[in-house]
Design a protein around this ligand. Structure first.
Ligand code: UD1
Ligand code: UDP
Length: 374
């Protein structure tokens, strides 16, 4: 059985890695990885972290290329490999443009698509942009859907996906996180006092919203003289241009994107995490770190329901107010700082593997679903 796993960016590689590692062990599968390289440096870091060597690398990244140029390059590049390889199944993760275009190409070649992290929805076409529509389009093409949570499964059912094609597996990012936590590592910096982590990159936050966030964080640092900021900055030049003039000083650590293992260890030591990232929303609640989500909506409402995260958007006053509250009020802090297994329990890749066997017909028993622990 020829399996083609397609990745392109940092997060889809981190989340696909546990599945690649799992399936590779079964010698009935011939697993190949196609890297679109929609990201370059950030993809390479993730590939190195998990010791993944792609069979193909399309190298499609260009500086700040438009979505349509990226899509055109992907269509042609993925098409060439699909016609050469003719895999029996294609595995895709999440909602990136690499994932959406690869699903379309697989459809053109009538190759079945397995979709990891299926069913996440905000029901807002433009948030996150373009990911909300990317993931909806992949759902229409996919033949087997690995929903991380019950909520994601229900979203798929509402859209008419047949129940027997959906498997609730948990999110594979928690498998990756557990792997990383087991590996001791030297931190790239050692902040003197307590520190917060910031990451921001979403398209809907480019420009003024990012500047508002940077201003809020800068004011927060003024108010708390013992507080430090750790900010691994996305490679996107637009983001770098926005934040650099606003975040300065010896308590500000602007870093290059980090390897996954040190980043996870840094998150573990942080007081608070501010982010618009998808993956970090999942990781923070597992690590018991209070989370301020720099978005208007989230496709991961489980984190709000569990009380581990708050939507603060990019409003300067709100970010400052909520951060201050958590830094000053221990009771409020402890209410949010709970380690919960709402997105996964570290066994998602195993469930994905078993569900694939079931889908192919190599296993008869139905796969047991992931159940959250709050
Ligand atoms: C993409 C994904 C988004 C995901 C994010 C993870 C889409 C539409 N978006 O974001 O879902 O959350 O990745 O980070 O698929 N760049 C580099 N080096 C890198 C990476 C990026 O220089 O390693 C620069 C390039 O100029 C590139 C730009 O950043 O053009 C934006 O990269 P892109 O892949 O388009 O990022 P997003 O769409 O913002
Ligand atoms: N991450 C990392 N190094 C960093 C910052 C983040 O390895 O310097 C990891 C993080 O732990 C998470 C993933 O990258 O697993 C999130 O990627 P990103 O925020 O770029 O994308 P999203 O999850 O929003 O799609």
């Amino acid at each position: 059985m020829k399996v083609l796993c397609i990745v392109g960016t940092r997060p889809d590689t981190i989340k696909m890695a546990p599945v690649i590692k799992k399936i590779e062990k079964d010698k009935r599968f011939e697993v190949k990885v196609l890297a679109s390289a929609q990201h370059r440096e950030m993809l390479d870091i993730a590939l190195r972290d998990f010791e993944i060597t792609p069979a193909y690398d399309l190298n499609v990244m260009r500086r700040l290329q438009s979505l349509e140029k990226l899509s055109a390059r992907l269509l042609e590049g993925v098409g060439k490999i699909m016609s050469r390889e003719k895999p029996d199944i294609v595995i895709l993760q999440g909602d990136t443009t690499t994932t959406f275009i690869s699903s379309l190409v697989a459809f053109y070649y009538r190759i079945p698509v397995a979709h990891l992290e299926a069913g996440l929805r905000t029901n807002n076409k433009y948030a996150p942009f373009p990911e909300e529509i990317n993931r909806r389009l992949v759902t229409h093409i996919a033949d087997i859907h690995f929903a991380p949570t019950e909520k994601a499964k229900n979203n798929l059912l509402k859209e008419g996906v047949e129940e027997e094609k959906i498997f609730v597996t948990g999110n594979t990012v928690i498998d990756a996180l557990e792997m990383a936590l087991k590996i001791p590592c030297q931190l790239p910096i050692s902040p003197g006092g307590r520190y917060i982590i910031l990451t921001i990159h979403r398209r809907e936050n480019w420009g003024e919203p990012i500047e508002r966030v940077a201003k809020a964080v800068s004011r927060l640092l003024e108010k708390f003289p013992d507080l430090e900021l750790v900010f691994p900055v996305h490679k996107n030049p637009l983001i770098r241009k926005s934040i650099k003039p606003l975040l300065k000083g010896e308590r500000v650590h602007l870093l290059e994107p980090l390897s996954f293992i040190p980043f996870v260890h840094l998150m573990q030591g942080a007081r608070l995490i501010l982010t618009d990232s998808g993956g970090i929303q999942e990781e923070a609640s597992y690590l018991g770190k209070p989370l301020l989500i720099l978005r208007e909506v989230t496709e991961r409402p489980e984190v709000l329901k569990a009380g581990c995260g708050i939507l603060v958007g990019t409003d300067e006053v709100k970010i400052l107010r909520e951060s201050e509250k958590l830094l000053l009020n221990q009771e409020e802090y402890l209410k949010m700082a709970r380690r919960v297994k709402i997105f996964g329990d570290g066994k998602a890749a195993e469930r994905v593997y078993q569900a694939l066997l079931y889908f192919i017909g190599w296993r008869k028993e139905i796969v047991e679903e992931f159940k959250p622990e709050c």
